[in-house]
Design a protein around this ligand. Sequence first.
Ligand code: 5GP
Ligand code: MN
Length: 341
Amino acid sequence: MQHIEAFREIIATPKKIVITTHFKPDADALGSSLGLAGYLKKKGHQVQVITPSDYPKFLFWMSGNEEVINYEDAKNQKKAQQLIQAADLIFCLDFSAIARIESMSSVVALSKATKVMIDHHTNPEQFATFVYHDVKAAATAQLIYQLIVLLGDKHLIDQAIGECLYAGIMTDTGSFRHPNTTPEVHRIAAEIMELGVNTNLVHRRVYDSTTADRLSFLGYILSEKMVVLPEYRVAYFVVTAEELKRFNSQTGDTEGIVNYGLQIDGTVMSVIIVDRPEAIKMSFRSVEEFAVNTIASKYFNGGGHKNAAGGKTVGLGLEATVARFLSILPEYQSELLAVPI
Ligand code: 5GP
Ligand code: MN
């Protein structure tokens, strides 16, 4: 982290702290937030985690979950705004483009609080005084772990904090199989295990806690909605609003489906396009050097990492979004075919 000594001095005395993370938090976003919150509370700070939206039920087990404020809850919004305005420090975790906190963006940007950004996404914006940004970090949870160690407080990382951070590292590395899985990632995971964290339980809580509806939905999407384009080495899925409703889809239910496209031998890029109430949401996944974050940012108002990115269109409609996606494939065909598999 830049200016670590100045940062250390600021957090040496009790502060009013808000921690926030990106819209529709995933395990890294929420795990980083609650892991950091647990640590800062131990240091005597007043800490509130505020998320810009709801998040999947399979994250509710995390310690501190019951105290999280969802900014979208009308009954909480005023209180959330007051906390943001009155905060001494606002931590922005797992995002580095202010628009990723959606309707919270302006109130956070306008707050006089000192901002601290901790993130591993590409192309960070400059809105924070303190920045701990590393695109090579596998997860923001890894950066939180490293920051606590840097501050000399490793002994304060307990099982509850460790579980939250482990969940973030586990999911953002695809259970320790993506190329971002470094020896350091394994070392941190090992240290967390040594705290007594039941990592098997963390894995089951996140991955083996689905509903029958969600499995039926997955089966339907894989059998009826998968399109494979071998000439481009691309697989994609389009999910309509009607289908989300028919399968009683909940927040998080489409997460991970995009990865199935990459299981097909020879596939370089997989994409899912989902017609959500707020936007047409897209998730991109790729292998090797083929970068999907550049496609997401160039054509779909998004971004992310080289091999995992997201984007959206607003007001364009599902059909036109799919058409836009298909129309850009020829531009990438030679690059897609050149990837060694
Ligand atoms: P997912 O497909 O799981 O939603 O997101 C994949 C990766 O891309 C995550 O690291 C996520 O934070 C990032 N991402 C998803 N949507 C967006 C977006 O709209 N803008 C940016 N900049 N990144 C995104
Ligand atoms: Mn992350």
